[in-house]
Design a protein around this ligand. Structure first.
Ligand code: SF4
Length: 322
């Protein structure tokens, strides 16, 4: 499994750290010359050193999960959670496959609505927290299913968010899963560092990067690429979402978000990362997300469905060939 622990990748470096950061787990963390002036210096100097004991628990729990895939986006609103939901539905279309979705967007959990499980609550048993069943072979966990009301705001600082990510990884009783999809919040923040750190022994099979065609979204994807390179996560490829609009009635195509700087295609060429595909806008995707419906099942003839299916097949091929 190509993952996150080649030698140079064991060094955990926050996205806001200076260039010569010794790594937050190093004995030198917070004390090295490079740490002078770093915004994390106080935390790094006082935090316990050495590997997090939670990693052992996570590794044990994840031993029954065959493939772990991160879904990342630099910017919010590019359709990352929608894509994760479609990926989950598509993988579980095979009745022999067990798939799970872990929503670690703690402050903006949208997965319960997109999967139609917003009225469900997470239950605990002797084996751990039980993920919520979406179908017979698709389950999910989200902080959105742990709130008293869907309108409740989660106003947590980093350590509490990290704690919940750790609980999702070590306390959820997934059972035997073929694929676990981790839906992350936009950016490169606490949740990303936690999930990468805690899964470093269990292994991450790869990350899918979502963007839209505009330069403002691509700039943030470049940061996401930098994050993946720094922490040693393999990038499976880039998906360009909202790439044109195909009218469901007349089938005419128009460009809504112009790829002024060449879009994801140019970014893929510049960075050497595969462009997995381009998904056109279809207003029915939003409707399905709002109603927790499977868009691929509802509208299999949509150009967006065809693009989703091709991209998802390629992702399966990439992770399964490892
Ligand atoms: S203070 Fe922490 S994050 Fe900043 S450079 Fe030092 S080890 Fe890295």
């Amino acid at each position: 499994m190509i993952a996150i622990h080649p030698p140079e990748a064991t060094k955990l470096v926050p996205s806001n750290a200076p260039e010569h950061c010794p790594g937050t787990e190093s004995e030198q963390a917070g004390k090295a010359d490079a740490c002078a002036g770093c915004p994390n210096q106080e935390i790094c100097a006082t935090a316990p050193k050495g590997p997090d004991p939670a990693i052992t628990h996570v590794t044990t729990r994840m031993s029954s999960v065959r493939r772990k895939i991160l879904v990342l986006s630099g910017k919010g609103g590019v359709g990352k959670s929608t894509f994760t939901a479609q990926l989950g539905w598509a993988l579980s279309a095979d009745p022999d496959v067990q798939a799970g979705i872990m929503d670690i967007d703690i402050c903006g959990p949208s997965m319960p609505t997109m999967l139609g499980i917003q009225r469900e609550t997470v239950h605990a048993s002797g084996a751990g927290w039980s993920p919520i069943s979406v179908t017979d072979n698709l389950c999910a966990i989200s902080v959105g299913c742990m709130l008293a009301s869907p309108a409740d705001a989660v106003m947590w600082r980093g350590p509490r968010k990290n704690g919940l990510v750790a609980q999702f990884l070590k306390d959820v009783d997934w059972g035997a899963l073929d694929y676990l999809l981790v839906d992350t919040p936009p950016g490169t923040s606490d949740e990303h560092l936690s999930v990468v750190n805690l899964l470093k022994e269990a292994g991450i099979d790869g990350a899918v990067l979502l963007t839209t065609p505009q330069e403002v979204a691509l700039q943030d994807v470049r940061r996401e690429i930098d994050f993946c390179r720094k922490v040693g996560v393999r990038m499976l490829g880039i998906v360009e979402n909202m790439a044109g609009f195909v009218c469901p009635s007349c089938k005419g195509e128009s460009v809504i978000f112009k790829p002024t700087t060449g879009g994801a295609e140019r970014l893929a060429k510049e960075t050497g990362i595969e462009l997995l595909g381009r998904v056109p806008l279809d207003p029915r995707i939003g409707k399905c997300a709002d109603y927790g419906e499977n868009f691929l099942d509802e509208f299999p003839d949509s150009p967006a469905s065809k693009a989703f299916v091709q991209i998802i097949d390629r992702i399966k091929q990439l992770v399964d060939e490892q």
